[in-house]
Design a binder for this molecule. Structure first.
Ligand SMILES: [Mg+2]
Ligand SMILES: [Zn+2]
Length: 234
């Protein structure tokens, strides 16, 4: 029996919105890597970083398997690979991927790794076979993954016991800068511990840095972004 505790993530269309960049195709045809640098997140990167780090702590291997551009030019694709590596380092700095495979367009992904694959392209999922998933609710899907145990007669899944992060109360907060009402959901028990002096990081390990800041300074996520700037990756 082989335990397949590996999560493989495609990038473009899976958690990076390459196809949402204006004129992305023209740029690539003109050997311009800008779209890979400016593509917006398709999911909350802070939440993605958190769930990947949690999974890694539980023994999962976390890989990226991503293709370079569908353009026949090795020099350009080398620059694409660098742009992708930089993007991951800059946008998901707290995630220490076990392997980052940036490979030529069309390379069969199942030749590089096994386990789970999250990929927006159906042909890739079909080629991968068991354990390949589409990318709707990506973060929730990763959270709910069971261990895959592969035996000679197929794959059996076991549900992992979920960590207790029952958020049973909603804290209403008014932003001191813009006046917006915003909310953070936490466990009441944890809220009481924090109120009684526990450090926010310790009381709410499941909150993102942004959510913790909402509680501590009452500044809403939008204003946090304009004040502190950039990504709120923990
Ligand atoms: Mg894709
Ligand atoms: Zn605000």
């Amino acid at each position: 029996m082989t335990e397949l505790r590996t999560i493989n993530l495609d990038m473009d269309g899976t958690f990076v919105d390459l196809y949402g960049v204006d004129g992305w195709l023209d740029c690539l045809l003109n050997k311009d890597t800008t779209p890979y640098e400016v593509a917006r997140p398709l999911v909350n990167f802070s939440a993605l970083a958190r769930v990947l780090n949690n999974r890694q702590k539980k023994g999962y291997t976390i890989n990226v398997i991503s293709w370079t551009a569908k353009v026949d030019d090795d020099d350009f694709n080398a620059r694409v690979a660098i742009a992708k590596l930089n993007y991951l380092a800059k946008r998901l700095p707290s995630v220490h991927f076990d392997n980052i495979f940036i490979v030529p367009y069309g390379t069969p992904k199942h030749q590089l790794a096994q386990g789970y694959l999250f990929d927006d392209e159906e042909p890739n999922r079909k080629a991968w076979g068991e354990g390949a998933y589409n990318v709707e609710n990506l973060i929730d899907q990763i959270k709910k993954l069971a261990w895959q145990i592969k035996s000679s007669n197929g794959i059996i899944r076991y549900k992992e016991r979920e960590v207790n992060t029952m958020r049973d109360i909603k804290i209403e907060i008014t932003c001191p800068f813009c006046g917006a009402i915003h909310f953070v959901e936490v466990a009441e028990r944890d809220y009481n511990a924090w109120w009684n002096g526990e450090l926010a990081q310790r009381a709410f390990p499941y909150l993102s840095a942004t959510e913790r800041e909402q509680l501590i300074s009452q500044v809403c996520p939008k204003c946090q972004e304009s004040i502190f700037g950039g990504e709120d990756d923990e």
